[in-house]
Design a binder for this molecule. Structure first.
Ligand code: PLP
Length: 223
């Protein structure tokens, strides 16, 4: 099937209120252009280097989502244009994004990554850490970031109950933080769900799906 057909098929299984981010990591720009020509605009990448190679040769109105682990020293490269940074997991990174956003005279939308999986390898804050962060005066000084919501990745397992439980946990924390620290106009996004688990994510309250394989096909290998 073509990229256009894959996109239409995935889109047909998603409520129109939910945002689909087409994860194009490790895929050539020709395929991204194909999705663009089919009308898609939101794309996700997980490496700064790849973004730096791809963005100059693709249309300027693409909405780029940085979804992967991000090192502070690389924020400067994407700060001029990145639409949203999904995987913010330290105050240090948040401060650096704020600084680089300010240099570029903009406000960058970020999501705080929460560690919900049972795997040690995944990044993110736990519930207590994120509450401490949001309550701190240092956090309130950051004027060039907008915390738009939370992001999480479930355990890589075929056990649907485990995945559902983790997504539920993330949604509960999202609701709690929205009540306690934000108004419901800016803290609105819950980025959870990938090709293998997005139907469960939708049922548990996701607002943004990050889907690669179901649109672009399998990646050669996980770098
Ligand atoms: C690769 C990746 C995805 C997409 O995964 P698929 O299984 O290909 O849909 C989603 N989120 C993050 C953070 C990723 O790195």
């Amino acid at each position: 099937m073509s990229i256009k057909e894959n996109l239409a098929l995935v889109q047909s299984t998603i409520p129109s209120t939910i945002k689909l981010i087409a994860v194009s990591k490790m895929k050539p720009t020709t395929l991204i252009q194909e999705a663009y020509d089919a009308g898609h605009r939101a794309f996700g990448e997980n490496k700064v280097q790849e973004l730096r190679e791809k963005t100059p040769i693709l249309p300027e109105d693409i909405e780029w989502h940085m979804i992967g682990h991000l090192q502070s020293n690389k924020v400067k490269y994407i700060a001029p244009y990145v639409y949203m940074i999904h995987a913010v997991e330290s105050f240090k990174l948040l401060k650096e994004i704020n600084k680089r956003a300010k240099n570029n005279d903009r406000v960058i939308k970020v999501l705080l990554q929460i560690h919900i999986a049972k795997e040690e390898s995944k990044f993110g804050f736990n519930a207590d850490e994120v509450k401490t962060l949001l309550a701190s005066p240092e956090f309130k000084e950051l004027e060039n970031i907008e915390v738009s919501g939370l992001m999480g990745m479930a355990t890589n397992t075929s056990d649907k109950d485990v995945i559902r439980r983790e997504f539920k946990e993330l949604k509960n924390l999202f609701d709690e933080l929205q009540n306690e620290f934000f108004d419901s106009k800016t803290f609105t996004e819950l980025s959870m769900g990938m090709s293998s688990d997005y139907q469960i994510a939708i049922e548990e309250g996701s607002t943004m799906l990050r889907i690669g394989t179901a649109i672009f096909g399998l990646r050669a290998c996980a770098l």
